[in-house]
Design a protein around this ligand. Sequence first.
Ligand SMILES: Cc1cc2nc3c(=O)[nH]c(=O)nc-3n(C[C@H](O)[C@H](O)[C@H](O)COP(=O)(O)O)c2cc1C
Length: 288
Amino acid sequence: MEYIKYYDEIVKRRESCRNFIMNDVEPAKIEELYEYYNQETLLVPEIATELKTYSFDDLEKTEGSVGYNGFLIKAPHYLVLFSEEKDHYLENAGFIAQGITLKMTQLDIAACWLTVNDAEVAKKTIGEKTDKTIAAVIAFGYRDKDVTETRLDIKSPSNVEMIQSGTKAAPKISLDDLVSYKVYSQPLETEKLYTDLESALLAASKSQSFLNRQPYRLIFDDSYVYLIGLEDEITDEADKYLNYGILMFNFYAVMDSVRANAPIWTFEAADEDLKLPEDATYIAKCGI
Ligand SMILES: Cc1cc2nc3c(=O)[nH]c(=O)nc-3n(C[C@H](O)[C@H](O)[C@H](O)COP(=O)(O)O)c2cc1C
């Protein structure tokens, strides 16, 4: 697949959906999602995961443990990714589940990530017996095209209600704000980037995040892209790590669409001094 296509037709086209029609998605399409999921895991392959699908009746029982402020978006289906609780399992779950979300875009299925406020309660109330924990939940189905969603800036917590009442994504972080060169906050001259790398960085900048806060930055040098986490008092621990996995997938997916051996992210330490400020933490790097 050409990168222009992948970025323009999939990453850019994807938007969270909060107004679904309650018709089921065709079983053959759900089967395709499972086939996609069953491919090799790329971020932390040694972590075992399980993917299950539930109905609204199942998720309705979760007593406010899923969704912003306990508000569950009504959808015909929910994907729940269960995972072993090992180092980096949430970044890994974010990476895997984001792959499935973008696969949904490709299949014209609409989706919305849902925050998990209490993984234990959610697992118990849907009656799941697995030893693994709930790492990610995604509502999916077909968009109700009769409901017009308006575009709002939701970079403030007071906008939670507006999001719940069915609003679309805020504008995303610009490439200039997201990416710096060699050290933290040193401007990058984007015209120096070659096109596929620029598309991969743009894909990262369009990543979904909890309340669209995008509390992260990238540093680019001539060998690596480094992912840097920023402190954010609103994003909870689990969503923070899911956010990282989502961004890592978006970057990877565009690189993978143009290269035979797309580079893989690693959590190994950064060798360079990235001159990070106090509220910033090095997370992962990806050779380019
Ligand atoms: C970890 C995570 C949790 C989220 N939880 C919810 C949620 O509970 N309810 C909701 O309506 N949207 C949720 N979202 C969707 C974000 O609000 C949405 O991705 C963001 O506002 C950007 O909009 P976009 O997806 O249309 O680009 C979540 C996103 C992520 C990444």
